[in-house]
Design a protein around this ligand. Structure first.
Ligand code: AMP
Length: 380
């Protein structure tokens, strides 16, 4: 089915064609007409399946008739768990909105940066993308009103419920009008999500996209048995020897991320870290340099593992393994997105061996293992 058959605003359809969105992804084919009709939707779909456009495009279409409103009552509220995702969703909204109506103003608000510009910028905003904590601060200072919300979107809903946002979310729900459209998107369907689905959604269209297996099939996976001390040299060896560009390296702690970056830089490799202790500006800069292919290595904690769309990312290296198999899949999922294939490399120490087996078992795939003992790491 082409985009033109889904009920989207005409200019949007033309723009999609120009942007090489040849045809709707499965989640878009189902979600777009339902959202335009005002239905509630529960979308279970992995990152990379096109879920952002699946709600942004119809919601913009529904705002076709907005006019200048000169007030602080937002129409669409999109709640997300991280600042990065807020910025990314807003980029998609900002890109498409002018093709629907030049009155549609959107804004992303999140903590960790000064609240003042966000308060000042709220006038006339129709689409607000927010992390829950900052949203509540803005509501408390009367910078924004939620009583005229038409549509609520929870993106990465499972993550938001897991991260202990529950208290904040309950407060947000109390501020919303009872009658509204609810859209829930999540990579996984957990018990918690099932609960909130029953409380929140009315007769929803349930869309389940089983793309994870497919995505994983696209990814070449390798593991290296390595000691803790040799991890640094092995990383540099792989980057230099294989000439790897645009490498996303995962560590489990902030300290380790900074440490890995220091050592890479000392060895002449351009690297930056992105984690919760970095200022928002530093994170944004690193991410955009990396996305543009101008930064060789980005070292991240799991903060980045979900929801962030980096096109054509060829390499993910697990310097340290994630705790859960689910997180492993999300991390390496960065490499097999939007039909481009990539490689995921995991460093496995003696202590990790059992854990890595559990990960592989859960994933249903066995990873080729290489013993780093056989590699000459001298000079790296
Ligand atoms: P998402 O799952 O929302 O993070 O989207 C993953 C990537 O797919 C983004 O880079 C989108 O720009 C891209 N994308 C989404 N829908 C389509 C489509 N129908 N055709 C081509 N690319 C798309």
């Amino acid at each position: 089915m082409p985009f033109s058959a889904l009920g989207l605003s005409t200019e949007l359809v033309k723009t999609l064609a120009r942007e090489h969105y040849a045809q709707p992804y499965p989640i878009q084919e189902q979600a777009i007409p339902a959202i335009i009709k005002g239905k509630d939707v529960l979308g279970i779909a992995p990152t990379g399946s096109g879920k952002t456009a699946s709600y942004v495009l119809p919601l913009l279409t529904n705002l076709e008739d907005v006019s200048e409103k000169k007030n602080r009552y937002v129409k669409v509220l999109i709640l997300v768990p991280t600042r990065e995702l807020a910025i990314q969703v807003n980029e998609v909204v900002k890109f498409f909105a002018p093709y629907v109506s030049h009155w549609i103003k959107s804004m992303a608000v999140y903590g960790g940066v000064s609240i003042n510009p966000q308060m000042m910028g709220m006038n006339n905003v129709s689409v607000l993308i927010a992390t829950p904590g900052r949203l509540l601060e803005l509501v408390e200072s009367n910078a924004v009103h939620l009583s005229e919300i038409d549509t609520l979107v929870l993106d990465e809903a499972d993550k938001m419920l897991n991260l202990g946002f529950k208290e904040e979310m309950t407060r947000v729900f109390e501020l919303l009008p009872k009658k509204r459209q609810n859209l829930l998107f999540s990579a996984t369907l957990s018990d918690k999500l099932e609960n909130i689905n029953q409380i929140l959604l009315h007769d929803p269209l349930v869309i389940k996209i089983e793309a994870e297996e497919e995505n994983i099939d696209l990814i070449k996976q390798n593991g290296y048995f390595v000691t803790e001390e040799k991890k640094g040299p092995l990383l540099r060896y792989l980057i230099k020897n294989k000439g790897l560009k645009q490498v996303l390296v995962f560590t489990s702690s902030v300290y380790k991320a900074d440490n890995v970056v220091d050592k890479l830089k000392k060895n002449g490799i351009d690297a930056a870290a992105i984690h919760g202790k970095k200022s928002q500006q530093t994170r944004n800069e690193a991410l955009s340099r990396f996305k543009a292919g101008k930064l060789n290595v980005l070292v991240a904690t799991d903060l980045l593992a979900r929801g962030i769309d980096i096109k054509f990312l060829p390499y993910v290296i697990n310097y340290e393994l994630p705790r859960s198999p689910k997180d492993y899949i999300h991390r390496i999922g960065r490499t097999g997105r939007a039909e481009s294939s990539g490689e995921a490399i995991s460093f496995v120490t003696e202590e990790d061996k059992h854990h890595f087996k559990v990960i592989q078992k859960k994933m249903g795939k066995w990873v080729t293992m290489i013993d780093s003992e056989g590699i000459d790491l001298k000079g790296f």
